[in-house]
Design a protein around this ligand. Sequence first.
Ligand SMILES: Cc1cc2nc3c(=O)[nH]c(=O)nc-3n(C[C@H](O)[C@H](O)[C@H](O)COP(=O)(O)OP(=O)(O)OC[C@H]3O[C@@H](n4cnc5c(N)ncnc54)[C@H](O)[C@@H]3O)c2cc1C
Length: 415
Amino acid sequence: MKRYSAFAIAREAMRDHSGWKRAWEKAQPKARYDVIIIGAGGHGLATAYYLGKNFGITNVAVLEKGWLGGGNTGRNTTIIRSNYLQDPSAAIYEKARSLYETLSQDLNYNIMFSPRGVIMLAQTEHEVRGYKRTAQANALQGVTTEFISPERVKEIVPIIRLDGPRYPVLGGLWQERGGTARHDAVAWGYARACSAMGMDIIQQCEVTGIKSENGKVVGVQTSKGDIGCSKLGIVVAGHSGVMADKAGFRLPIESVALQALVSEPIKPCMDVVVMANTVHGYMSQSDKGEMVIGGGADGYNNYTQRGSFHHIEETVRALVETFPMISRLKMLRQWGGIVDMTGDRSPIISPTPLDGCFINCGWGTGGFKAIPGSGWAMAELMARGQHGPLSAEFGLDRFRQGRFVDESVAAGVAH
Ligand SMILES: Cc1cc2nc3c(=O)[nH]c(=O)nc-3n(C[C@H](O)[C@H](O)[C@H](O)COP(=O)(O)OP(=O)(O)OC[C@H]3O[C@@H](n4cnc5c(N)ncnc54)[C@H](O)[C@@H]3O)c2cc1C
């Protein structure tokens, strides 16, 4: 792989940029791989990357039915934070956040990580108590957060209205090193690094069946023919239930559409991410100037990658109370993705009833922030065949044993 650097840019500038190579090779499937990953979203690509980087396993193919990063990874609102309540969640999200800090250097690809700070507004007494509790838990977990006063919130976000008609701002949970990153770049950076290690990333290759012999996975059927493998990772987010069905087991998971929208671009007015869980909306400003606004998930299961109009109205109506200035903005575009929700709002990183087949899903409305940590943990599970410390509490068996990792508060608003 030719490294990106200031010298490379200067050299290419001298020769009309004719020397740049494709970021990743266009691969055709081989007959067999040691490992196949289904799904070239952030989690699938990160799993492949850490298999290679941490365990030296590079005979790997990542199969994608559409285009790389075209699922939720390229559709999310890019919030990164690790202020979760339960210890196993804080551990994996903080691992991910800390990997994001140096991911551009690690991948030699600018993922535009911007640790601009994230505030979760407290707008009821109940939320004040909840967030103070989370700040205490985070202190014990080694995650840096603090509960801040309304005056401090106003200092950080001058455009906010503290005394809204229904819900005044009573404070906020502030994570100074939370922020955002460029979502496509995360997928592209991992893909380029995987390709450089000799892995095959095969787009337009839909997995249509999973082949097994004597209870062990032996390969997949795809739109480009059958491909053999010794180990299989299913990392397909909103289609996890569909793929599990093909592998012969059921998941405690629902698929719903989640949507977001952006406004027309305006001058810089807010340099942090603000989440308002009580009224259910969140907002940040992109580098292009658009206000990036996210709302709730549909209240019924579906596989549409669109979302419904009433959510846009609900989300914007709610946010206008706290940010009156957005009432004058025009909406530029709206989109949706299919997210995979578990009952305890925590992910599944697990072996499955099919020997050699592993699954990573259930990140629901908040898995972008987890990509590096999730890939790290899934690679460890697939390489060793048993859980490492990061994934130990996220196995499928927790649903049988009633050992839930309840994050319904931390994931209460979709982000
Ligand atoms: C509107 C919206 C806003 C969000 N905002 C945030 C946020 O601010 N912060 C945050 O942390 N998270 C957020 N999320 C959640 C986050 O986007 C997801 O949790 C995360 O991207 C999931 O990544 P993934 O790699 O598991 O899935 P995906 O990126 O969806 O990748 C799965 C891939 O599998 C492929 N696939 C499916 N079936 C097959 C098949 N049969 N064969 C081959 N390939 C297949 C799909 O085409 C897809 O590319 C948001 C999500 C949405 C929709």
